[in-house]
Design a protein around this ligand. Structure first.
Ligand code: CA
Length: 371
């Protein structure tokens, strides 16, 4: 099998989508007619990653063997390192890696989780990740949580998505929302609080103590992601589990978080390394006794790729992330991942087990090629 052609494109989910709301996909065509699909982080529509794929990566790997995916990834990373490596380049490499694993599964006629060594579980619970709570009133937060509880999540995470340049803007209000959600769902239901980098070190410790009293399960990204030592200090001072890592783009960056004291890391398969990268993180976390709970907000290719890796891990301490309902959903896939009674069933078809069908109509999602 050889790589014959690579397409990179955005999907505009509705005519009203702004460029930043588009998804970023890559299709790798092999010479035997098989096609693998991958996804890059959709920050600003993923256009920077897609342009790197078209202009810098594709010409270098035509005629390569898809089974050499790890060699290709590391070769390109080192060749193009000064384009990043964080963000646009690592998102491009993640998309390519996922597409090559999809092809590998199709070549062997096996789902990816089998190629990773097998699944510890083929039904995976999820937690409902609820964004936008910083700007909501307490009552509005409760109404959204009630709505998402209908999907039967195993846990709820409330995200604050505040302005990262205004730390500690409303600590009392944030704690009040956490307290109200705890009262709504009862003492036993697992809850998490995602600060989205919204606090100073002292502010984070104050909020973390309140979350401990409220029995929250974890406290995510309390301080700026680039203050790795501060993240570690907060993690070490608090009893609640502090998590971070969705803004780590290399295995080495995840290792730095662990060294600093973070004991639950959340690398994202479409931002760093793809399936190959996430499996490297799995080895790293397993060796250090650190929880691996991948970040994932994209509901199609990114989610299903992440589920294959999560299923292959012995230690699943937390459910998988499922973001807010979004227009970036299922219209261009034949067999998208959907939870049934609170569980995702791992696809058993070869590769990822998700099929891109293209645009169903002119009024619906549109495919925008990258030039
Ligand atoms: Ca987060």
């Amino acid at each position: 099998m050889k790589i014959e052609r690579i397409e990179a494109f955005q999907v505009q989910w509705s005519p009203a989508d702004k460029p930043g709301q588009r998804s970023a996909f890559v299709l790798v065509h092999a010479d035997d007619g098989q096609v693998g699909i991958g996804e890059a982080s959709p920050m600003q529509g993923g256009i920077a990653s897609l342009r790197i794929i078209v202009h810098d990566i594709a010409p270098a790997i035509l005629q390569a063997d898809p089974l050499d995916h790890a060699v290709l990834q590391d070769r390109i990373l080192h060749r193009l390192v000064k384009l990043g490596p964080e963000g646009a380049l690592s998102g491009a490499l993640a998309a390519l890696d996922i597409a090559l694993w999809d092809l590998k599964g199709k070549l062997f006629g096996q789902p990816i989780y089998k190629l990773l060594g097998g699944a510890w579980r083929t039904r995976l619970p999820f937690y409902a990740s609820i964004g936008g709570n910083g700007e909501r009133s307490v009552d509005e937060v409760l109404r959204v949580v009630e709505q998402r509880m209908k999907d039967k999540p195993a846990a709820i995470k409330i995200r604050f998505d505040n302005d990262r340049t205004q730390p500690d803007a409303d600590i009392a209000g944030d704690i009040a929302k956490a307290r109200a959600v705890r009262r709504l769902v009862g003492d036993a239901f697992p809850l998490a609080f995602d600060a989205n980098n919204g606090f100073s070190t002292g502010g984070a410790i104050r909020v973390g103590r309140a979350l401990e009293d409220l029995g929250f399960w974890w406290f995510e990204e309390p301080v700026q992601h680039y203050h790795v030592k501060a993240m570690g200090e907060v993690a070490r001072k608090l009893d609640i589990t502090v998590s971070a890592g969705e803004q780590s783009y290399t295995t080495a960056a995840v290792a730095d978080l662990i060294d600093a004291g973070v004991r639950m890391v959340q690398p994202d398969i479409i931002k760093m390394g793809g399936i190959t990268g996430l499996m490297r993180c799995a080895a790293l976390t397993q060796a250090h006794g650190v929880e691996l709970v991948p970040h994932q907000t994209q509901p199609t290719v990114g989610l299903v790729a992440s589920l294959h890796v999560a299923a292959a891990q012995a230690h699943a301490t937390k459910p998988c992330e499922l973001n807010d309902p979004s227009p970036r959903m299922h219209a261009v896939f034949a067999d998208p991942p959907r939870a049934v009674d609170g569980l995702f069933h791992l696809p058993t078809a070869p590769g990822l087990g998700i099929t891109f069908t293209g645009s169903p109509s002119e009024d619906g999602p549109r495919r925008l090629p990258i030039l």
